[in-house]
Write a protein that binds this ligand. Sequence first.
Ligand code: NA7
Length: 496
Amino acid sequence: MADTFDAVVVGAGFGGIGAAIALKRLGLKKLAILEREDDLGGTWHVNRYPGLAVDIASVTYSYSFEPNPNWSRLFAPGAELKKYADHVADKYDLRRHMSFGAVVEGARWDEATGHWVVSVEGKPDITAKYLLTATGFLSQPHRPDISGIDDFAGKVIHTTAWDDTYDLAGTKTAVIGTGATAVQLVPEIAARAAELTVYQRTPIWVVPKVDVPIPSVVQKLFARVPFTQRVARSVSSGILEMIMVSAVLHYKQVKLLNKGAAAASRAFLRSQVRDAALRKQLTPDYDFGCKRPTFSNSYFRTFTKKNVNLETAPIDHVTADGIVTADGRKTEIDTLVLATGFNLWDVNFPAVEIVGREGRNLGQWWRENRFQAYEGVSVPHFPNFLTLASPYAYSGLSYFTTIETQMAHITRLFGALESRGADTFEVTEAANAEFLDRMTENLADSVFYGGSCQTSRSYYFNQHGEAAILRPTSTRNAFVEANRFPLSHYTISASR
Ligand code: NA7
């Protein structure tokens, strides 16, 4: 067996980086950050498709304790996020803890030694006192199981494996999928390809993106007077809290807000598309927020271009040179772009096999019972384990809200271990059950249950029909609980 670590963090994206910063601040020194890709940055390293950008304003989509005055736009392009991840990893001296190409196969709690044993493909097992998985929500690409797809003779690209060397100019391209990725990518492909056909199964709500370059005078102001950037963050977060949290999770209380967002999207569509039939095809028949809403100024308008065709007939099969829809029509293509998103509920909760106390297998247990995690981070029967991509962990506001509440949780919990001279924690069954009950009760107020989501095919819903990703509370509540949860919710002990 190789080295023993204080903690193993799985994943070197923003979640893993945040967790590692929290652990280092707590004084844990022997850290191993294991990353399956060949560099850090998570989704911002993997995704490189044209048009990639944040759709949460950058002042909000970043660590509050590490503001970046240099964002070039209100909504930074993807490459700047990767650069920011590099900067933060370097500043907090995390790179030396990172191993790339380290594919974690699984981890098992060893009761006898009070350690996690982590198996990494092709390497000796490593052990650690604590295990934190920061494997992200959208990290297992979904390749659609469409008949004939493997026989396609042209170029196939999944959006998570963009081929920078492939020239789209003059191509006859098809894009399958109309999620947030397609909303960014479709206008870019339309500008290059000779013909573009977009296969839409479910339309998506799109609202305008108030995006402008950030002038250098503002960048300088942010750098010299950080307070000004904090104000900008508060304003942007406040607006997002209304659109992404209140309108969705507090639907019952503020239905008007939700209906207003849908009306704004419809009006925006009217302003971009004159053709009523096309507008109808692009208009969702489910409520705003059932599926993650998106932001774009160019997506709708793209479908009015001569070289772009929206196809809403279901795909029947793919041939060597085209796509045939259920009504027997064939569109000839030479390039097939799969903007088909990610598989969350079958393979990503958890992303690697986790076996806890008395052989409890987390994935199996979640599927046979309900998906659950106390405060979105811990699970009974899994001592010294924090699962950061968990049910009810995701703040609707920004992934960084999720990360920073989790950092606060880590800090409070490990602080308690330290002050009690303890080294082992496990959330109690009672605290976990109370949290799950409360989340379930809160969800009754959300658009997921109060609105009409049946036709949305949203990844927010799992195989049990539960919308078990978003934490159905305000962002403020998430922070308050992360900083003040009763320590009695954990069993805290010393192993020897
Ligand atoms: P999403 O939002 O999961 O979108 C995937 C899209 O692909 C969606 O429109 C799907 O249609 C479509 N899809 C998937 N499989 C098929 C098949 N078999 N046939 C036709 N269409 C299919 O992923 P994204 O990458 O766009 O966005 C992910 C997140 O990244 C986003 O929410 C932001 O948080 C950032 P469906 O809706 O299932 O009918």
